[in-house]
Design a protein. Structure first.
Length: 366
């Protein structure tokens, strides 16, 4: 198989995940948009899909679905602990990292405001806000990076501090030394949540991850997921690495057990170097294609280490989002005063990116 970027993109049909038809069917239950959506670029899923080992494990686990999945949790916890060099009591499983992020943010938000950059992945923070938490936003810098000094200034008295690295929607990685120093100082006065949903896509995940701080006992909670690089968004498996007392807090908040197919799939694929190499190359090829489409249309975009690219359209983003939707392309916009013309474009499938390439010039002229 041609594993070059060009081969990955041209061979998109061959690489398309086996679950793609099921995903497409699932989307038809959503309320019908003004025009049929042909390119779903508003999400941050990984169309490469799960590894063969994960698929096989999930299928086999279906034979045991009459029974709860308690027996699968300890092996997965132990595998994660072994890989990350922590004790098992520092690992807490959850139904996708969003569950842990939402529940812990809500809990910590009772003690003070949640401090976070803007824009960022705000879904768990907005959930906490609906439960009564106060949110304190810190705009990113002029070069779109998280303003770590400003975040640190607000940490004292905060319920917690939340950062996402790579940040979503910018896709940018923070300088690891600066982020590490920030986390150490901020965690002296408030819990620091580091959302690393996309960290495995970075060129050096170990260097950029803050797991070493949690391992060292700092009050840093690192959240990971199997939804992104592992292509398992529909199976809902995630975890945190933190002080044992923080893991106990999370466990006390989660009312349900995890699904057997998801746990089995996660155990089968965690740390699979061969698969990770393939999926990272695929996603890089998708991002390169988005870069090329934007450049061909005179648009600026940021270099990304996520399953998306942040693009400056030069036009009011809400109106432009509607223009694209009317042409069958779904993108995402964010509530950020500093980015009124920016959209987030998901990596999606090669076929969907072809549609984006065809539609974008017409949308820009509309």
């Amino acid at each position: 198989m041609d594993t070059t970027r060009r081969g990955l993109l041209i061979g998109g049909a061959a690489l398309a995940p086996a679950v793609a038809p099921a995903m497409a069917a699932a989307r038809t239950v959503d309320p019908a948009p003004a025009a049929p959506i042909r390119a779903h670029l508003g999400v941050t899923e990984n169309p490469y899909g799960p590894s063969p080992a994960a698929r096989a494990a999930a299928a086999k686990a279906l034979d045991q679905t009459p029974y709860y999945a308690w027996s699968l949790e300890p092996p997965l916890v132990e595998a994660i602990a072994r890989q990350e060099g922590v004790s098992p009591d520092s690992v807490g499983l959850c139904n996708g990292s969003l569950e842990a992020l939402s529940l812990l943010s809500t809990l910590f938000g009772k003690a003070g405001p949640i401090v976070a950059p803007q824009p960022t992945y705000a879904t768990p923070l907005l959930y906490a806000g609906r439960q009564g938490a106060s949110l304190s936003w810190v705009p990113v810098t002029g070069d779109h990076q998280m303003d770590l000094p400003a975040l640190l200034q607000k940490a004292s008295g905060a319920g917690c501090v939340y950062v996402c690295n790579p940040n979503n929607p910018t896709g940018l990685l923070a300088d690891p030394a600066a982020l590490r120093a920030f986390c150490i100082e901020a965690s002296k006065v408030a819990p620091v949540i580091v959302d690393e949903a996309y960290i495995e896509i970075s060129p050096d995940p170990v260097r950029h991850s803050m797991i070493d701080l949690a391992r060292a006992g700092h009050d840093v909670i690192v959240a990971r997921t199997f939804s992104k690089v592992y292509g398992m968004a529909g199976l809902r498996v995630g975890f945190i690495i933190a002080r044992p007392e923080r893991v106990k807090q999370l466990k006390s908040l989660i009312p349900t057990h995890k699904g057997r197919p998801g746990l089995a799939a996660a155990l089968a694929c965690y740390g699979d170097a061969t698969y990770l190499s393939g999926t990272k190359a695929y996603l890089e090829g998708c991002r390169e294609k988005i870069y090329a489409i934007c450049k061909a249309n005179g648009l600026t975009c940021l270099p990304s280490y996520g399953t998306y690219v942040f693009v400056d359209t030069g036009r009011p983003n809400l109106a432009f989002q509607k223009t694209l939707a009317a042409m069958g392309v779904e993108v995402r916009v964010f509530d950020s005063p500093a980015h009124p013309t920016w959209i987030r474009v998901g990596t999606a499938s090669p076929a969907e990116l072809d549609i984006f390439a065809e539609v974008l010039p017409r949308a820009l002229k509309a």
